[in-house]
Unconditional design. Structure first.
Length: 272
């Protein structure tokens, strides 16, 4: 998928949230061996070193891999110098000379501008190829664009059938910003794949309910990063082999409840 700076990002990647230690390292290696080329991590996940080692262990050429990470909220609060040190730290931990995509993890009040300006400087230095945001609503984007010299390429937000984010997605696309869906299957007590509609569609298309959800996402022209679980790699990659009808796409979208997986993960009330 093409970004507004002319670079391409694989539409389907793997996330590494909750993965730690050897498991993170092994899962990343296995994901790359399975054919994935987009790896998503974050400073807050505390696994960048293991992700970096998994990339090295895979033997896949660095230039063929799209690596994304995010500046942590605590780092943003410490100021511009701390942000710069954290980016240098991410480069070292990920064992790479450049990061393909660097995001602001959350719109921390009064900390966005100095973080963004530091990130822009790393783009100019060639140490970061693309910069973007995560969990930004419309007004967060408007505020950022008032001073940004480099436009965000991506906004990574929670998207699943119970949280379709149609207005937010439409606004991002209007601005030329791609949207990346995190938490496509929901989290916590949300059981998306067990919903009767998705189970019915799985039978109709002879696919799994998880594949139906991922296909619904990519068919909306979104990027997505389901968690790196080796037993689901082939299944996830298989979503490119079929399409959902317009009627079924709409039926899935009608499940929307504007329900976040965790009520604390609201950009407007995140515990800053």
């Amino acid at each position: 998928m093409r970004l507004n700076n002319g670079l391409d990002i694989p539409q389907l990647g793997v996330g590494t949230w909750t993965l730690r230690g050897e498991k993170a390292q092994e899962n990343v290696r296995l994901a790359l061996e399975a054919g994935f080329r987009h790896i998503d991590t974050a400073q807050a996940y505390e696994n960048e070193s293991e992700v970096g080692q998994g990339i090295v262990d895979s033997g896949v050429s660095r230039q063929d891999i799209f690596i994304a990470t995010k500046v942590a909220t605590g780092i943003m609060r410490e100021g511009c110098d701390a942000v710069r040190r954290s980016i240098d730290g991410s480069l070292t931990k990920l064992k790479t000379d450049y990061i393909d995509l660097l995001l602001i993890h959350w719109p921390v009040k009064d900390c966005i501008k100095h973080t963004w300006l530091a990130m822009e400087d790393y783009v100019r230095q060639g140490k970061v190829r693309s910069i973007g945001v995560s969990n930004f609503n419309r007004h967060h984007l408007d505020d950022l664009l008032a001073y940004a010299e480099i436009r965000p390429v991506i906004n990574q937000i929670e998207v699943h059938p119970f949280m379709t984010q149609e207005e937010n997605i439409a606004y991002n696309h209007k601005l030329g910003i791609q949207v990346e869906a995190w938490g496509p299957f929901g989290q916590g007590d949300i059981d998306i794949v067990g919903h009767p509609l998705l189970q019915s569609l799985a039978q109709k298309y002879q696919k799994t309910a998880s594949q139906i959800v991922l296909r619904w996402i990519v068919q909306r022209d979104l990027i997505t990063i389901p968690r790196a679980k080796p037993n689901h790699f082939a299944e996830n990659l298989g979503i490119m082999s079929f399409s959902l009808s317009d009627e079924d796409m709409q039926a899935i979208s009608s499940l929307n409840q504007n329900k976040r997986s965790n009520k604390l993960n609201d950009p407007e009330s995140f515990p800053w």
